[in-house]
Every structure is written in structure tokens, then in C-alpha cells.
Write a protein that binds this ligand. Structure first.
Ligand SMILES: Cc1ncc(COP(=O)(O)O)c(C=O)c1O
Length: 410
């Protein structure tokens, strides 16, 4: 069988590599640390999904819908209730009016599903797609499956974690089909600005490329309303936006999101989707349509993350990190320390963020996600397990207690 695997997943070498990937390394380190210290609580700041389940009203809505015979079959690209609810949500929550629910919205089995389908609509061998790093690589991975080339645009602190669109070499631009953005951003927590999005529309027009804005964290903002790319004049001419029930409504496992914006892109997405899946269960779609009508759910979730973020920022700054509260998402992205002087006065140097993250897990049972793509950073997620305000305070105090008498060097 070994000779049968496609080159895109490693060909003859598939499954034989000895390389251990980042998230597997974290998992192994966590297991080893817990085995070595079975009485110490592991504080997991590395989780990229909500710590709580969907709100009771969403669960009740699903229970009702699941019992209805009409919802039993293939949904395919249908489900008008969810499309209409998504359209109303875009208007009410994001201030984007005039979306046609029949032609400009289509559900996805999570944003991830849409990011795997959209490359099939645009990428021929040799085409370029522009992705930001560090980031969520799924669109780029599939673009490469189709023979495309990924050009990575670095997100730097000096540029407020917005890509420098002027940095793309002209020869690459000529072959570029798509620019993929994600704000609020995973992992940097950064938000875009209306001025940046206006630049993006100009850039897309000038170079004849499409824009995919992955807005999986859009609703999770700590002040004001979410900034939709589609609120930018001309955005609908060049792109689509991806929204998700996962993060903003505690519904990661439910697998539902939507693609909205340019009619032709939505149609192409629907054509390929029709050949890829048979649509999300209508009971889930209808329960999510109900949930979209309750944006106060997201506001409550965002308020919790905002409160936790304030505590964590204060705690990390006391420990010598330079933490700034983001405007949205649940990610706090801080420069990784270069070394630490531990309880026993022993100095440990960190060459990478991964080294720092492994030390934190092994020595202090605090788990984070390291990013070494553009500088060395640690991502703390405020989705750590805690039941209520007092418990949140306790967890953050415990971080301070464990790290209070070591000295980090930056
Ligand atoms: C930037 C980004 N996009 C998309 C996704 C996928 O979300 P969904 O659950 O909607 O598939 C994630 C999940 O972690 C993400 O971080």
C-alpha cells in the first residue's frame, strides 16, 4: 500500500516521518507533567475552544427540532431558516444590511469546512494564495493540494499584526487568486481597522483577486460592535466572509457556520460543497437560527472573556511579560521569555517559544501554545476551566503563585 499514497500527504513516506508536531508535543508534555505531579492541577491556557457548553435555550431548541420528521433528511445546500437568521444577524450585530438570504448566504459545516471547499473554487496549479502567518493554515493546505503556491505574509507587532500588502513581490501578485485574512486573529488576538479593510478592497480590485475573510471570532469583541469586512464599501464585489457558531455561541461541536458576501463566490462555494457534503442536519441549522436571534448570548460570553483577560493581563505584567489586552477573541499573545531563573537559582535559556512553553508545562504545569513563525510568542487562551468568577480569580492567582518567585528574562 505504501506506494499508493498521494504526494500531497507524503507519498511513499506517508506515516514514516519521525517529526512530532507542535500540538502533539504539548499533549505529550502535559501527560508527562501530570504523571510526575498527580496532585498538582494542570492549568490549561492552551485550549482553542470555549470551556462551556451551548446555552440551555439553544439545547432546548435542538431537542425540539430533532424530534420533527421534516428535519430528518439531507439538508444539502438548503435550510432557509438559517440563511434568513444569518442575514438578520449580519444586519443587527455587524451593521451589514442588504444581504440576499437566497443568493448571498450559504451554511458551512463550520468555518473549517468552508476553508477546505473554497480553494477548489479558485486554485489551479501554479496559482498563488496569500495567507498570514502565524495563522490558521487550512485554506493554504488545500490550496497546495490543488497545486497552488502559498505566499506567507508575516504579522508583526510593529504593524499591529496586519499584513503589509505592499510587500508581495510583483511576479507573485500576477499569479495571485486569493488573499485570506482572519480578524479578530488567531493567534495574535489582533483586530482589523476600517482603514485596513478599505486598503484590502483597493488591493483586491487593483490586482484582480478575491478576499476570504475568516471571521470565526468576529462576534467576540470586548467593546462596540464586530467589524465585518462586508461593512467596507466595495467588499461584496471582491470577497466573502466566514462566520461560525463555534466560538461566539459555545457551539464548536455543533459544526455550523456560514459563508456570506459576493453572490458568484457563494454560488461556486455551493457547487463544490454540493459535491463534498450533504449539508448540516436541519435540526442543528434551525436551533442555530434560533440562537442567532439571541446575540445577548455572545455578549455574555464576551463579557466573561473580557473579565478573565483583564485578570490575566495584570498577572502576566506583574511577572515581567508585556501583555496588552486585545479588543476581541479569547487569545492573549505575548513575547516569549528568552530565559528563566528558577526557584533553585538555576538559569534556563529558551531558544524558541516552544522551549519556553515546554518549560512552563514541565516545571509549573501551566500549558500555553508557542508560536515561532514570526518572532517567539506564547498564546494564552482565556478559555481555561473555571466555574464562576471566584474560581477564575483563583486560577489566575495560582498562575501568579507558581511563577511569582522565578525571574523571566526577555
Ligand atoms: C482562525 C480560525 N478559523 C476557523 C476555525 C474553525 O472554526 P469552526 O469551528 O467554525 O470550523 C478556527 C478554529 O480554531 C480558527 O481559529
Amino acid at each position: 500500500m505504501q506506494s499508493l499514497f498521494a504526494e500531497r500527504i507524503g507519498g511513499r513516506s506517508y506515516g514514516k516521518g519521525a517529526q512530532i508536531y507542535k500540538f502533539e508535543k504539548i499533549k505529550r508534555a502535559k501527560r508527562a507533567a501530570m504523571a510526575a505531579h498527580p496532585d498538582v492541577e494542570l492549568i490549561d491556557m492552551g485550549v482553542g475552544e470555549p470551556d462551556e457548553m451551548a446555552f440551555p435555550e439553544s439545547v432546548r431548541a435542538l431537542c425540539e427540532e430533532v424530534a420533527k420528521p421534516d428535519n430528518r433528511g439531507y439538508a444539502d445546500n438548503g435550510g432557509p431558516e438559517f440563511k434568513q437568521a444569518a442575514t438578520r444577524w449580519m444586519d443587527r450585530v455587524c451593521g451589514v444590511s442588504g444581504i440576499d438570504p437566497d443568493k448571498e448566504v450559504l451554511h458551512s459545516i463550520g468555518s473549517k469546512g468552508a476553508l477546505t471547499i473554497l480553494p477548489a473554487c479558485f486554485v489551479n496549479p501554479g496559482d498563488v494564495v496569500l495567507m498570514t502567518v502565524p495563522g490558521y493554515p487550512v485554506f493554504g493546505t488545500h490550496a497546495k493540494y490543488y497545486g497552488g503556491e502559498v505566499v506567507n505574509l508575516p504579522l508583526t507587532e510593529q504593524n499591529h499584526f496586519l499584513p503589509d500588502l505592499g510587500s508581495v513581490p510583483v511576479d507573485k501578485l500576477k499569479r495571485t487568486k486569493a488573499l485570506v485574512l482572519n480578524y479578530p486573529n488567531n493567534p495574535t488576538g489582533a483586530s482589523a481597522t476600517p482603514e485596513f479593510f478599505a486598503d484590502v478592497v483597493r488591493f483586491a480590485r487593483k490586482h484582480n483577486l478575491i478576499v476570504i475573510h475568516d471571521a470565526a471570532y468576529a462576534a467576540l469583541v470586548f467593546e462596540g460592535r464586530p467589524l465585518s469586512f462586508l461593512a467596507t464599501p466595495g467588499a461584496k464585489d471582491v470577497g466573502v466572509e466566514l462566520h461560525s457558531m463555534s466560538k461566539g455561541f459555545n457551539m464548536t461541536g455543533w459544526r455550523l457556520g456560514f459563508v456570506t458576501g459576493n453572490e458568484l463566490i457563494v454560488r461556486a462555494y455551493g457547487d463544490v460543497k454540493d459535491n463534498s457534503d450533504s449539508g448540516q442536519f436541519l435540526a442543528i441549522q434551525k436551533a442555530c437560527a434560533y440562537t442567532l436571534g439571541h446575540p445577548e448570548i455572545t455578549q455574555k460570553i464576551a463579557a466573561k472573556y473580557s473579565r478573565r483577560m483583564d485578570q490575566l493581563v495584570a498577572c502576566l505584567n506583574k511577572l515581567g511579560f508585556k501583555a496588552t489586552k486585545p479588543k476581541g477573541s479569547f487569545f492573549l499573545y505575548v513575547r516569549a521569555p528568552k530565559a528563566v531563573i528558577g526557584h533553585d537559582a538555576h538559569r534556563t535559556e529558551f531558544k524558541t517559544a516552544e522551549d519556553a512553553s515546554q518549560w512552563l508545562i514541565t516545571e509549573t504545569l501551566i500549558s500555553t501554545v508557542p508560536w515561532d513563525d514570526v518572532g517567539a510568542y506564547l498564546r494564552f487562551s482565556v478559555t481555561f476551566l473555571a466555574k464562576g468568577k471566584e474560581d477564575e480569580r483563583r486560577v489566575v492567582d495560582e498562575i501568579h503563585r507558581r511563577l511569582g518567585d522565578v525571574k523571566f528574562e526577555f
